[in-house]
Design a protein around this ligand. Sequence first.
Ligand SMILES: Cc1cc2nc3c(=O)[nH]c(=O)nc-3n(C[C@H](O)[C@H](O)[C@H](O)COP(=O)(O)OP(=O)(O)OC[C@H]3O[C@@H](n4cnc5c(N)ncnc54)[C@H](O)[C@@H]3O)c2cc1C
Length: 411
Amino acid sequence: MDWIPTRARGLARLTDFLPSAGRLYAEQRNHDNGPAEGGDRGNVSQLSPWLHAGLLGEAEVLDAVLAQHGPGKAEKFVAEVFWRIYFKGWLEQRPSVWASYCAGRDAALEGLARNAGLARAYAEATEGRTGIAAFDTWARELAETGYLHNHARMWFASIWIFTLKLDWQLGADFFLRHLMDGDAASNTLSWRWVAGLHTRGKHYLARAENIARYTAGRPEGPLEAPGLVEDAGPLEEAEEHPRRLPELPPPAQAEDLAAPFALLLHDEAAHHAPLGLPAAPALVIGASRAQARSPGALGTCAARFTAGAMAGGLADAAQAFACPAVEWHAGEPLAPLLAEAGVERLAVPWLPVGWTRDALAPDLADMAEAGRIVTLLAPLDRATWPHAKAGFFGVAKRIDTLLGECGLPAG
Ligand SMILES: Cc1cc2nc3c(=O)[nH]c(=O)nc-3n(C[C@H](O)[C@H](O)[C@H](O)COP(=O)(O)OP(=O)(O)OC[C@H]3O[C@@H](n4cnc5c(N)ncnc54)[C@H](O)[C@@H]3O)c2cc1C
């Protein structure tokens, strides 16, 4: 699998995967067959880096899969894409979960600096030297490829928390630094789900037998995981996270963007095509803040994918709108860029809770206050988020209705 961070490559991968998105995906998706060089990863889409970067939109992926297979056969794949939208909506309603994760991560990192034994255990885990073969394989695979199969992520997180007894927030940070698809919502909430904090009291315990069974298709054969703790209780937290649905912007209209405006692209919306802009911008601004993912350094694959996505997104937008494209770096003022292009208004794709909002919202606050920002939100997000209140079931039972509301093929 090549991980070329362009929209064109994402669309090509979608086309290649389409025949497998129906029955094959439903039956085979749980198998971790290893990286494509040696094994066959054709049972899952591997589209997550393109989806996370906004090089592809969820709606166009669902549309293509539903058109090929129909709602019945595509049900499993469609549900997984809705997990992504659900997690985003859930975190939007409880931003304190992200703030609490950041504080916990920073405290845990300080703890490592003070405790040599802990620092050693952390180094062994992140460098793949624990002696648990399966875990060590995934630790190296993550650093080398920037991707892990969904079940490998679950098993890895479970072993990290319950067998190695390391702080879950350090594990989530390790993932965010290395995953090309590293996502504040899907990552934080999946780690919390494994720990038993998302669905309180319900945690996920990795079992050696299960790992061997679902990794049998790897080129090196089934992965062994000796000595797993298989009877630990869930983690608990005292903190409450109150829920409030933020005000969601209405669909942007051409008249909202009648005056010359600039389009801002960010790390989770790096391409204009999925945004459905109703008018053409006079300027495109790339505001990558990928380093804000973590206080630590980003892994090579994640850094390369993120930088490439923004560079490609800017180039494509400049060509599509025949307008200039510039980069706006952290710490630089935005006003001169806008003044030079003679634009007053800014179209900004929704800033998701996570580092993207943390890094950009303060610098855009004055413009937002002055009513100079038009926020763009995908119809699927607008329709789904109000239902992402508690468990996934609240969204799952409405998938057909939500697809229909958004003009996608429904059952
Ligand atoms: C501990 C842990 C951490 C994770 N961290 C991330 C992360 O940082 N970013 C991320 O995008 N996903 C994350 N996931 C979810 C999931 O593992 C990946 O989305 C999936 O493995 C991506 O591979 P794929 O594109 O081949 O997925 P496919 O199986 O082909 O699914 C299609 C798409 O649906 C979405 N999706 C699938 N499964 C899930 C899921 N369980 N939760 C949310 N969305 C899903 C993804 O956008 C994916 O591209 C995490 C899961 C766990 C257990």
